[in-house]
Design a binder for this molecule. Structure first.
Ligand code: SF4
Length: 326
């Protein structure tokens, strides 16, 4: 591993000041970054350990819940307020990684984790995300885990987070601190599509820090479900996952929230399907129709055509569970 400097500042200002130096990266749980450094995929000159910052609390706010960026994945998943008000988030977190990793990984780190595309992790292979301009090994190579929505000819990778899929469906907001103060970004706008710049995973500037995520109060707690389809029962990334949340009044859907994971470079929000569900009865027929709408524009590659069938089936299954029909 390349040698690097390590600092552990105790104030947000010192962290942000340190980030303005090129080659500087934040470390919190380190559950993805350390692997990437061992493989030579990321080679920072300096690590800024942010674990001294007071960003670990989960606190109720006027219209929702404020979750500090350093709150651990396991801490959030098991938090009483989260389990009661946002069970979808709790389910998604518990579907991610292993218990050991959830005890180390933070909310901010979960958002910042890199794709698990195998070409990205092998520095002998071409990858536009790791080495812009070198080509995309997955495009004509092994692409079973890759995107069916929103990809470009530069990159077809998917974002690996489960938590981010639930946060997107729950209309969370990311709070970001920088030199000029704080800014707020809808969670669904935090991650990017690859376009011509697949090296950029998200819209966080190099000298900015995620400080928290806020989730607004909603009426979905009684009818939500996170369904993750993967190659083995635990510790595997999603082939397809669906975060489904419904507000049902007397059998009729008042509003719906849907997002998919494992299908795009960012959590994939299914807005057309959400709109189509409003006013419909909470039945299998409505869910099938929404799933067909959600799949419009999907495109498969050599090894991942199965996702074109798996994704709509997973949407229907997640909605069926959310509605309490099974
Ligand atoms: Fe790299 Fe993206 Fe292509 Fe994977 S899909 S090889 S991450 S450019």
């Amino acid at each position: 591993m390349k040698q690097f400097q390590y600092i552990r500042p105790s104030t947000q200002q010192s962290v942000i000041a340190a980030l303005s130096q090129p080659g500087t990266k934040i470390i919190a749980g380190g559950s993805n970054l350390v692997d990437l450094m061992k493989h030579g995929v990321m080679t920072p000159d300096k690590l800024v350990d942010i674990n001294k910052l007071p960003l670990r609390t989960i606190t109720p706010i006027k219209n929702g819940l404020h979750i500090g960026a350093l709150a651990l994945n396991s801490q959030v998943a098991e938090d009483k307020q989260v389990m009661e008000k946002f069970p979808l988030l709790s389910q998604a977190l518990n579907a991610g990684a292993s218990a050991q990793l959830r005890n180390m990984a933070t909310v901010g780190g979960n958002m910042m984790q890199r794709t698990r595309c195998p070409y990205f992790y092998d520095i002998a292979l071409p990858c536009n995300k790791r080495n812009p301009g070198s080509g995309c090994g997955a495009l004509e190579g092994f692409n079973r885990m890759h995107a069916i929505f929103g990809m470009s000819d530069k990159c077809i990778a998917v974002h690996p987070s489960d938590m981010a899929v639930a946060m997107t469906a729950l209309d969370a907001t990311v709070i970001i601190a920088g030199k000029k103060g704080e800014r707020r970004l809808p969670f669904g706008e935090f991650h990017r599509l690859p376009g011509d710049t697949p090296q950029l995973d998200n819209n966080l500037a190099k000298d900015e820090l995620i400080v928290a995520v806020e989730i607004p109060t909603n009426n979905y707690a009684a009818h939500s479900y996170y369904l993750k389809v993967r190659d083995r029962a635990s510790y595997a990334f999603a082939l397809v996952s669906v975060a489904a949340a419904l507000d049902i009044d007397n059998g009729t859907i008042r509003s719906a929230r849907l997002a998919m994971g494992g299908v795009a470079h960012k959590p994939w929000r299914l807005t057309a399907a959400e709109k189509a569900l409003v006013g419909k009865p909470a039945t299998a027929a409505s869910f099938e129709q929404a799933a067909q709408l959600a799949m419009q524009g999907a495109k498969a590659f050599k090894d991942n055509a199965f996702k074109l069938k798996l994704a709509p089936a997973t949407i229907v299954e997640a909605l069926t569970h959310a509605a309490g029909l099974v």
